[in-house]
Ligand binder design. Structure first.
Ligand SMILES: [Zn+2]
Length: 326
């Protein structure tokens, strides 16, 4: 059994997963408001007690703990280099948590963990090389090569959301670059363009929604588009164009078997996926044009905790192999 903590700025999703990748039990609760490291680690300990009790398991049945979080990490050291959403910098999560729980701890960026989950039990089953995208408030990315997360130097690999797609006319991104994919194709981007259209006085149902609620959500834009609103559809098509462009170009480096797209926005379905695939084909190599490469994710919010279980399995195996060599 494996114990996973998918830590976000808003919620902690936790679960116990068996060696087949089945979720035995799971729980979600709000992240400690001040995001203090010690307080969050205490939350982990409390959750682990609750989950073990509810699943009627004892400590020895857990082989390891996986922690996923939004940030740059050094996986080998179990070090969080920087996690802006949590306000963390240079935090030795592995070391700290191993001092509190009797298990080996493995650390991952959350989008990478989700990618591993999709490979194991989701839309990427049977693949060893995958690219995964999570379209939410931002755009998260994960790269799996040879069945393993590829972290790269300083954990910077797979940051697909910061692939520059509009460097001359785009907006400034949180990362300080201009025109990153995240500024064109995330929920925040849909909201930005939706509110712009309303302010410009364009004829759209979004104007009525804004009048009522004073602001928009990504879902407002996708649902309005699904009902045939031309302005909202154009915003989605613009997001899809940049996704297709970025993915076709990233494909030339990684050439994965599949590209999997999840996250809240992926719920828009065909109105998003069809133009993504169209533009992906448009910018792709001739020899893969028309091949089915892009798929919607399957695991939803569970991808992270399932992927972390796989990470623990791989980590424990590596550790055992190295110990034998000693
Ligand atoms: Zn960026």
């Amino acid at each position: 059994m494996y114990l996973s903590f998918d830590l976000g700025g808003t919620n902690i999703k936790a679960g116990i997963i068996d060696k087949m990748g089945n979720i035995i039990i799971k729980q979600s609760l709000p992240t400690a408001e001040n995001k203090d490291v010690d307080e969050i680690l205490q939350q982990f300990i409390e959750i682990s007690k609750t989950l073990l009790a509810k699943a009627k398991l004892n400590q020895q049945e857990i082989q390891g703990v996986g922690v996923g979080l939004p940030g740059f990490i050094e996986a080998d050291k179990g070090l969080v280099i920087k996690a802006p959403n949590l306000g963390w910098e240079n935090i030795h999560i592995k070391q700290n948590l191993e001092g509190l729980l009797p298990y080996p701890v493995f650390l991952s960026n959350d989008a990478n963990a989700a990618a591993l989950g999709e490979m194991w039990k989701g839309a990427g089953q049977g693949c060893k090389d995958l690219l995964c995208l999570t379209l939410g408030t931002g755009v998260g990315g994960g790269v799996i090569i040879g069945g393993q997360i590829y972290n790269g130097r300083y954990g910077l690999a797979g940051e697909i959301g910061h692939f520059q797609v509009n460097p001359h006319e785009g907006r400034k991104c949180n990362c300080a670059k201009i025109g990153c994919l995240e500024t064109e194709s995330s929920a925040s981007a849909l909201i930005f363009y939706g509110e712009c259209a309303v302010k410009k006085g364009e004829k759209t149902v979004l104007a009525e929604i804004m009048k009522k609620k004073k602001k928009l959500t990504g879902r407002d834009v996708t649902e309005t588009a699904l009902h045939g609103d031309k302005v909202a559809l154009e915003i989605i098509t613009n997001a899809a164009y940049y996704l297709g462009f970025a993915l076709a170009n990233i494909y030339t480096v990684v050439a994965p078997q599949k590209i999997i797209i999840g996250g809240g926005l992926a719920g828009a379905g065909d109105i998003l996926f069809k133009p993504i695939i169209k533009w992906f084909n448009n910018f792709s190599f001739e020899n893969i044009k028309g091949e089915e490469i892009i798929f919607p994710a399957k695991l939803g919010n569970d991808a992270g905790i399932v992927g972390l279980a796989k990470l623990i399995e791989q980590g424990v195996k590596n550790h055992a192999k190295n110990s034998c060599l000693d």
